[in-house]
Design a protein. Structure first.
Length: 255
């Protein structure tokens, strides 16, 4: 997949799958049916319209109505193309928050240098959108435009045991006109990036759940008696040790 700095993705299909099943840009194929391309979303045969000087070059479905997933396809393919030239990958933080619970640990987001990038290559019984290596570490990256990663796929990733995986949420940009530059910035926004699987944080979550302690409180008390935060005038409602409460029950993580 070549790099195209002037790409603008919108409502016209500008990416397709070539005969090898790889995403390809409209200006990198022959005109007409000689493009030998199919739609990444519906699999329909496409015709390339890339010789005109007035209208924007684009693919059109041949002998059928246009696909409903044009915008999603464009964003997904352009995002993959951007990753081919990225030098760093941003990994997300992991805030442990459930319902009204207060965060008790925060693994800050950080950057990893990228050693190599491979697109859409089968691993075991699934195909990640992007496979990144950073030294000896393997990272799977999924681009969420229309469908989040299924629990089945997450379990397959976790079963490998020697990798981590993230998902980048672009679902709110489906109807936007995006340039390569603007989409590249979106891919680096920490709030769009979440863990699919990370064995270290999975262990933290497991230990966190095991460490929950329940306290029955008299109605007139507002803090757990053994919690050190009580000496600083902190109530359980805004205490970092408090991980949940009902009317008269507190879950305190203080050990």
């Amino acid at each position: 997949m070549d790099s195209h700095t002037e790409v603008i993705v919108g409502k016209e299909l500008v990416y397709a799958l070539n005969s090898e099943g790889k995403c390809i840009y409209i200006d990198d194929v022959e005109n007409g049916l000689n493009c030998n391309c199919t739609c990444p979303a519906c699999g329909g045969q496409l015709i390339a319209r890339n010789e005109g000087k007035k209208n924007k070059h684009h693919f059109a479905h041949y002998n059928k109505a246009e696909c409903a997933y044009v915008c999603q396809t464009n964003i997904h393919c352009l995002a993959e193309e951007i990753f081919l030239t990225k030098k760093e990958l941003i990994l997300p933080s992991d805030n442990m928050i459930t319902g009204n619970l207060v965060s008790i640990f925060d693994q800050f987001s950080y950057k990893l240098p990228i050693s190599s990038v491979v697109l859409e290559k089968r691993v075991s019984s699934f195909i990640p959108d992007i496979i990144i290596t950073s030294g000896d570490l393997t990272i799977f990256v999924e681009i969420y435009v229309t469908h989040i990663v299924s629990e089945e796929k997450r379990n397959k990733i976790a079963a490998l045991g020697n990798c981590i995986a993230i998902e980048i949420d672009l679902s709110d940009k489906v109807h936007d006109n995006l340039t390569k530059e603007s989409l590249g910035k979106l891919l680096d926004e920490p709030q769009r990036i979440r863990w699919i699987y990370n064995p270290k944080t999975a262990e933290l979550h497991k230990n966190f759940e095991l460490s929950k302690r329940h306290y029955k409180l008299p109605e007139y008390e507002t803090v757990v008696r053994n919690c050190p935060q009580r000496y600083f005038g902190v109530t359980c409602d805004n205490c970092a040790c408090c991980i949940g409460r009902t009317k008269n029950e507190i879950q305190c993580n203080y050990d």
